[in-house]
Design a protein. Structure first.
Ligand SMILES: Nc1ncnc2c1ncn2[C@@H]1O[C@H](COP(=O)(O)OP(=O)(O)OP(=O)(O)O)[C@@H](O)[C@H]1O
Ligand SMILES: [Mg+2]
Length: 592
């Protein structure tokens, strides 16, 4: 049970008062009655003694029975107590409460203890039950000296014990009243204490609780210049310090979070036992982590032994770095480079930070570059070998054989033409890819470059009896394009369409207005492209049937140049095909 300091202090005060009063009462109680009785006795004794001279002068030996009774009555009335005058032989000669007749019947009082001791010691005292008055009484007796020097009379006073008890009760009442006053005083004190001590303390407790909840706006004000005031000031100082520190930490955390969540690279942080503390959003996406990974080991979360191995290596010994490469297949195939470094503080390894960098594109580019070099050298080697071979043959005598020499020369001519085209294509591609190709765009009608291209391929089509059709509607809006480059696109697409369409087929070029673009379709009735090759036909040097295409003089660069030209114009190109039925290449060019 919680008891507030206010009530504790009240209890202490009340307790102290109570203990003091109990001690006082316990000490007073046994002495009280005695004190009252003694007070009574001494008062009576003094009263009687005071009148001693008068009494002795009056009484003497001449005192008669009637006078004695009168005297007893007077004293009794004066002192407000029963007064008896007894002769030394025990005869009762006067009594303030008995009349003459009763007096005559009164017992001899010589044997009464108070009378006995009064006669012997000069003062007698006895407490007992009075059959005459039917009350517990206190008797006190004092001898009066007679003229002769020996006493003839004894004055006895009797007080009901109840009178003394009532005095005692009164004193007790005073003590109870004092206790009540003490209680009231302790309550009053506790209110004051509450105001000066417990109220500021509970206010400080409330402020501290608010601080714990992160609210530093409330302050405990120091009203006093004592320890409580110091405590309030210290609390306020602490609040300011914590607020500043929390602000700084929160700011740093926000910065760190912003960096971590906007990073393209994945980041994983583990503690010194290798359990995950943090995974940033990029890494979650990369590794498809959707459950809460905190507190688990990397192998449990991403099921990759290589990552676990890197973590173990960086945490081992006195820490260090470790790197590796991992392959992931979900959500799609990717290569990640993982760099791990241990975090050490005060010479101890506290954890590790792993950075995952996606190197898929880098690897692809590297592969493309390698393939390109290999392809280019291969493609160049064939025509050069042919040219050299035929030239050597001519030099070693074939020149004399006019018939063959002509054939050889025409092969040399064709091969050098192919070499020139190849070099031109490679230069074009590298120009486009390095961003060096600039377009001379203007508003032109689509049929201008198309007509130019048709002139170039017309002969080729006629030789294969292929019908070349153009379907350009009247009033088609103009496009924003470089006429020379656009005609290069048409030449390449028409060249392919004618090349890969058997004799007697048809090649159609149509154009339609499609939103902000003109869409152009080049449709042939040729051999078509298998579905698996469709996504790759725009790659450099890619040919569906290498041998067949090379026989037709192709190097596989045409479509990649076409795609680049269309893309830098702001358009898009796609292909659909049915093997054995034909292919359709569709591209868009923005309107002028
Ligand atoms: N209309 C088409 N019908 C069938 N296959 C096609 C068609 N157009 C292109 N292809 C396929 O796509 C490949 C790539 O075409 P691309 O134009 O890039 O190269 P190429 O025509 O072989 O050589 P280049 O154009 O450099 O002379 C071709 O080798 C061919 O296999
Ligand atoms: Mg081509």
């Amino acid at each position: 049970m919680r008891i507030s300091i206010h009530w504790k202090l009240t209890a202490v005060f009340f307790g102290v008062f109570a203990v003091v009063l109990i001690v006082i009462y316990a000490y007073l109680q046994p002495h009280l009655k005695e004190h009252v009785v003694r007070q009574y006795e001494s008062t009576l004794r003094k009263e009687i003694s005071l009148n001693r001279d008068l009494l002795e002068a009056t009484i003497g030996s001449r005192l008669t029975g009637a006078q004695a009774d009168l005297l007893a009555d007077t004293i009794g009335k004066d002192l407000q107590v029963r007064t008896t005058i007894i002769a030394t032989d025990g005869a009762v000669v006067g009594d303030s409460e008995l009349d003459t007749a009763q007096l005559a019947k009164a017992e001899n009082h010589l044997e009464r203890p108070e009378v006995q001791s009064a006669l012997k010691t000069g003062f007698g005292r006895s407490e007992r039950y009075s059959r005459t008055l039917k009350k517990q009484m206190l008797y006190m007796a004092l001898p009066l000296a007679a003229e002769s020097g020996s006493s003839r009379w004894i004055v006895r006073v009797a007080v009901p014990v109840a009178d003394i008890a009532s005095v005692e009760v009164n004193v007790q009442k005073i003590i109870v009243a004092a206790v009540m006053i003490a209680l009231a005083a302790s309550i009053l004190l506790s209110v004051l204490i509450s105001f000066f001590i417990s109220k500021p303390l509970s206010e400080m407790a409330a402020v501290a609780r608010q601080m714990a909840r992160g609210d530093f706006s409330r302050r405990a004000y120091a009203r006093t210049s004592d320890e409580i005031g110091d405590l309030a000031a210290a609390l306020s100082y602490m609040a300011d310090e914590i607020k500043a520190t929390v602000g700084k930490v929160t700011g740093e955390q926000a910065k760190l979070e912003a960096v971590l969540s906007s990073m393209a690279d994945g980041v994983m942080v583990t503690d010194e036992k290798g359990r995950i503390v943090l995974i940033n959003p990029s890494l979650r996406r990369m590794l498809l982590v959707d459950e809460a990974p905190e507190g688990k080991t990397p192998i449990e979360v991403i099921r990759n032994a290589a990552v676990q191995e890197i973590v173990s290596r960086t945490l081992g010994g006195s820490g260090g770095t470790a790197a590796g490469e991992i392959q992931i297949v979900q959500p799609h195939e990717r290569s990640l480079k993982v760099n791990g470094v241990s975090v050490t503080r005060a010479g101890k390894v506290r954890g590790t930070v792993l950075v995952f960098h996606d190197i898929t594109e880098l690897k692809r580019l590297e592969r493309v570059r390698r393939d390109f070099v290999a392809n280019v050298s291969h493609e160049l080697r064939t025509p050069i070998a042919n040219i050299r071979g035929y030239a050597e043959t001519l030099m070693s005598g074939a020149l004399e054989d006019k018939e063959h020499a002509k054939d050889f020369l025409s092969v040399i001519y064709q091969e050098s033409g192919r070499l020139a085209r190849l070099i031109e294509d490679i230069l074009d591609l590298s120009k486009i890819e390095s961003g060096a190709m600039t377009l001379a765009c203007s508003a032109i009608p689509v049929d201008a470059p198309l007509r130019r291209a048709c002139v170039i391929v017309e002969n080729q089509a006629r030789q294969k009896s292929i019908v070349l059709r153009t379907e350009i509607p009247e009033g088609l809006p103009q496009v924003k394009a470089d006429e020379m480059r656009l005609s290069q696109v048409f030449v390449n697409l028409l060249d392919n369409a004618i090349k890969f369409t058997p004799e007697g087929g048809t090649v159609t070029v149509s154009a339609v207005h499609d939103g902000a673009f003109i869409r152009i379709d080049v449709i042939d009735t040729g051999i078509g492209i298998p579905e698996k090759d469709l996504p790759r036909v725009f790659e450099r040097f890619y040919r569906v049937d290498k041998a067949h295409a090379r026989d037709l003089g192709g190097t596989g660069l045409g479509l990649s140049i076409v795609k680049h030209i269309v893309t830098i114009h702001g358009g898009d190109i796609r292909v659909s095909s049915m093997p054995g039925r034909g292919s359709t290449f569709s591209f868009t060019i923005p309107l002028a």
